[in-house]
Ligand binder design. Structure first.
Ligand code: NAD
Length: 331
């Protein structure tokens, strides 16, 4: 199989490429990535000899068409992804997430190539903290931020290209990922690298907000299940029953790093901060037989902490810039 992976130099995409090269020798991978601040060649260094990396933008229709025409399938990860950046400047989110997805859709339509579109549970908005209900594929779209609304727009484009043009596509909406190669702007790597660089960890508001954590490798195994056996036109929710408050995650990071679990700063909350995300992954489990392998959050978190300890050369160069942005936002 010739597989085109957009955004393959970012966090989830790079982990996807690593595991694909390791586990599927019959797959020839081409990565298309603009290498924005969030993507780096270094994330693909361990597989540099095994994949083709094309530096380019998913809004470049001619380039995308050429690469799609050479492929049997596309897994579309590329997006602007950081909610705080979206609040500060939404324009790149419109361009990459909406026009970029449109460009990919037009290329797979023209070339009749199978597409899997990677999306987020944030398209559903949030749930009350005290409720028991969870997101399903039928939950109404209700995005809160410029990030989640552009991802929602992209999902709707995919759905309509399936219906109107018969494009062979699937969608997955996943909960919050953790693992190696995640940018230090994101919650878990930010706290780990704050401790490693002698900064104080920072918690938004009271930390009551709940996220449903999944290890990036479990997400990527689910993406492969959907790509190979998912029903065309279907949406699958990916989650690993990993609900935890941000406060609980903060305390776990500090405990695993041998720090006082209360030794952090509370900072001003993010505007419109979603309260709770929770995924019902029944369709994926019951129909496609997927189950997460990283079921012990503390073990996955400890391994992630160890990866950041051992790979300062990867994250060190981005840390000061990321913290400067947070300082400007007062967070
Ligand atoms: N991180 C999560 O917890 C999470 C959860 C659910 C879904 N997702 C989705 O998974 C996908 C990947 O997320 P991530 O966390 O790896 O993001 P990331 O920000 O770490 O990586 C995004 C990658 O896309 C590339 N990119 C951005 N704009 C581009 C453009 N216009 N052209 C080409 N490449 C471009 C970047 O260079 C980067 O390599 C996104 O679609 C995101 O919405 C993420």
């Amino acid at each position: 199989m010739r597989l085109l992976v957009t955004g393959g130099a970012g966090f989830i995409g790079a982990n996807f490429v690593h595991s694909t090269v390791r586990d599927r020798p019959n797959v020839a991978v081409t990565v298309l990535d603009a290498l924005t601040y969030a993507g780096s060649r270094e994330s693909l260094a361990p597989v540099a000899d095994d994949v083709r990396l094309v530096e380019g933008d998913i809004t470049d229709a001619a380039l995308v068409d050429t690469l799609v025409a050479e492929s049997d399938a596309v897994v579309h990860f590329a997006a602007e992804t950081h909610v705080d950046n979206a609040l500060a400047d939404p324009e790149p989110f419109l361009r990459s997430n909406v026009i970029g997805t449109f460009t990919v859709l037009e290329a797979v339509r023209r070339n009749d190539v199978r597409l899997h579109h990677v999306s987020t549970d944030e398209v559903y908005g949030d749930l009350p903290l005290d409720a028991k209900d969870r997101f399903t594929a039928e939950t109404r779209y209700n995005p809160s931020s410029p990030y989640s609304s552009t991802k929602a727009a992209a999902d709707l484009l995919v759905r309509s290209w399936v219906r109107s043009y018969g494009v062979r596509a699937t969608i997955s909406n996943c909960s919050n990922n953790y693992g190696p190669y995640q940018h230090v702007e994101k919650f878990i790597p930010r706290q780990i690298t704050n401790v490693l660089t002698g900064r104080r960890p920072k918690l938004y508001g009271s930390g009551a907000n709940v996220r449903d954590w999944i290890h990036v490798d479990d997400h990527n195994r689910a993406v492969w299940r959907v790509l190979t056996d998912g029903g065309l036109g279907r949406t699958y929710l990916i989650g690993a029953d990993g609900e935890r408050s941000n406060l609980a995650v903060m305390r776990a990071v500090l405990r695993l790093m041998d720090r006082d679990p209360d030794d952090f700063d509370h900072v001003t909350d993010r505007a419109g901060h979603d309260l709770r995300y929770a995924i019902d992954p029944s369709a994926l489990r019951d129909e496609l037989g997927w189950a997460p392998e990283h079921t012990e959050f503390d073990l996955g978190l400890a391994a992630t902490i160890a990866w950041y300890r051992d790979n300062e050369s990867w994250w060190g160069p981005m840390k000061d810039t990321a913290e400067a942005a947070y300082q400007e936002w007062g967070r």
